[in-house]
Design a protein around this ligand. Structure first.
Ligand SMILES: [Fe+2]
Length: 443
């Protein structure tokens, strides 16, 4: 099926032509006086022109009409989308949400844009530094309207329902347990096939990249070859009733009309593209002796800040793997962290919280807020017979970890009505095992 093939590789220079128009890419130059097939050339820059070569990102799009042919943008309702981090008082408590509600299509048609809800975030799109976490819950495909985020990159984590994303670069079907990244400014439309839910990590001022591997070496974690980029696909479609471009700009939504489909790119080349990745391809590295490596070993993608080793946000997963550590309490340790930890669950049962943390729900452990295994998990694993065992079979939990101190929105704390007010109780029955007369022989 045209447009459903992908090219593999991460961040490389790609070139793609819709097979209906062979030779659509100009040869030997980017911007000829007249482009093949009478197309317009349009560059999309994803980095400053003068960025070092290793971080310089741009793509050339060859399209039937350029993006600039549109009516003026006007403000539209933002719904539950916000960049106001002062809606409610700060809350340092451990927060956990039950699965977020998906609207029933029989009651209300909601598409990807109108189904966006901001849960938490920090920073500022204007100064190009920050992070926002959204949920999307929808039941209807976008019709004759597309979205572009002028503020930042969107890392989309489907949890329920596959989504067909049509982009200026081609189409991508993204299923739960896969992720995709739509980078800043790329236009896309989302088709859904029923009640649909997922998580979105938005970052301002940096693009997602693969983490450095250090002593791990050249291979491991998410391998570049497993990232997939769509191939060119276009439609030459006039929309007399108006095609709507929705633009997220400085935290607000704006819309404009044009009379043609924006998915009119016949060919493109460059290294600034949307991409997808199947989390099953993650090569997990883990302890094979004793104790824990920190969860950074499970980093799939990172959006780096300007401080060495400090991320605006990391996307971290906890995939199925073997647990083999000797004389070790194997679940995650109790801890407090100078980073914010937002967790979601795509499927299964998270090892440190067998109950309460459910697929489609979430938790937020804010900066220096203590957290860790619940009582049952601690008691069970303190006496468990240690042998090699599968961990997280059939499960995929993930974390958006950020150096930003995130504020929760009014929607997140109140109007979504999914906050689990009893979350703190999962630790209340932890009891002291302290024995001042303990001797090494008594263990
Ligand atoms: Fe944690």
């Amino acid at each position: 099926m045209a447009g459903l093939k992908y090219m593999s590789g991460f961040g490389n220079e790609f070139a793609s032509e819709d097979p209906r128009c062979p030779g659509a890419l100009p040869e030997g130059q980017n911007n000829p006086q007249v482009c093949p097939y009478g197309l317009y050339a349009e560059q999309v820059s994803g980095s400053a022109f003068t960025c070092p070569r290793s971080t310089n990102k741009r793509s050339w799009l060859y399209r039937i009409l350029p993006s600039v042919r549109h009516k003026p943008f006007t403000p539209m309702s933002c719904g539950d989308l916000t960049e106001n981090w002062n809606e409610v008082e700060p809350d340092p408590n451990q927060l956990r949400w039950k699965p977020f509600n998906i609207p029933k299509s029989s009651e209300k048609k909601v598409d990807f844009i109108s189904g966006l809800h901001t849960v938490c975030g920090a920073g500022d799109s204007k100064s190009r530094n920050g992070i926002v976490i959204h949920m999307y819950t929808c039941n209807t495909s976008m019709t004759d309207r597309c979205f572009q985020d002028a503020d930042g990159d969107l890392l989309i984590v489907p949890q329920q329902g596959e989504i067909l994303i049509t982009t200026e670069f081609g189409k991508m079907m993204v299923e739960p347990n896969e992720i995709c990244v739509i980078q800043q400014g790329m236009r896309f439309s989302v088709d859904v096939f029923g009640e649909t839910r997922g998580y979105i990590l938005e970052v301002f001022g940096a693009h997602f990249e693969l983490p450095d591997l250090g002593p791990i070496g050249a291979n491991g974690l998410a391998n570049p070859r497993d990232f997939q980029t769509p191939v060119a696909w276009y439609e030459d479609r006039t929309v007399a009733t108006g095609y709507t471009i929705v633009n997220k700009y400085q935290g607000k939504l704006f819309s404009c009309q044009q009379d043609f489909s924006p998915f009119n790119v016949v060919a493109w080349h460059g290294n600034y593209t949307p991409f997808k990745y199947n989390l099953e391809n993650f090569m997990a590295i883990n302890c094979v002796a004793f104790d824990h490596a920190d969860p950074s070993i499970f980093t799939v993608l990172t959006a780096k800040s300007t401080r060495p080793g400090v991320a605006i946000a990391d996307f971290v997963i906890f995939p199925p793997r073997w647990g083999v550590a000797d004389h070790t309490f194997r679940p995650p340790y109790y801890h407090r962290n100078c980073m914010s930890e937002f967790m979601g669950l795509i499927k299964g049962h998270y090892e440190a919280k067998e109950e309460g943390f459910q697929p489609g729900g979430a938790s937020l452990h804010s900066i220096m807020t203590p957290h860790g295994p619940d009582v049952d998990c601690f008691e069970k694993n303190s006496t468990a017979l240690l042998k090699p065992e599968r961990v997280s079979e059939g499960t995929m939990a993930f974390m958006f970890e950020s150096s930003f101190s995130m504020a929760v929105t009014k929607w997140g704390l109140d109007t979504c009505h999914r906050l689990d007010k009893n979350y703190y109780k999962c630790w209340e029955a932890l009891k002291s095992h302290f024995n001042p007369n303990w001797k090494p022989s008594s263990k």
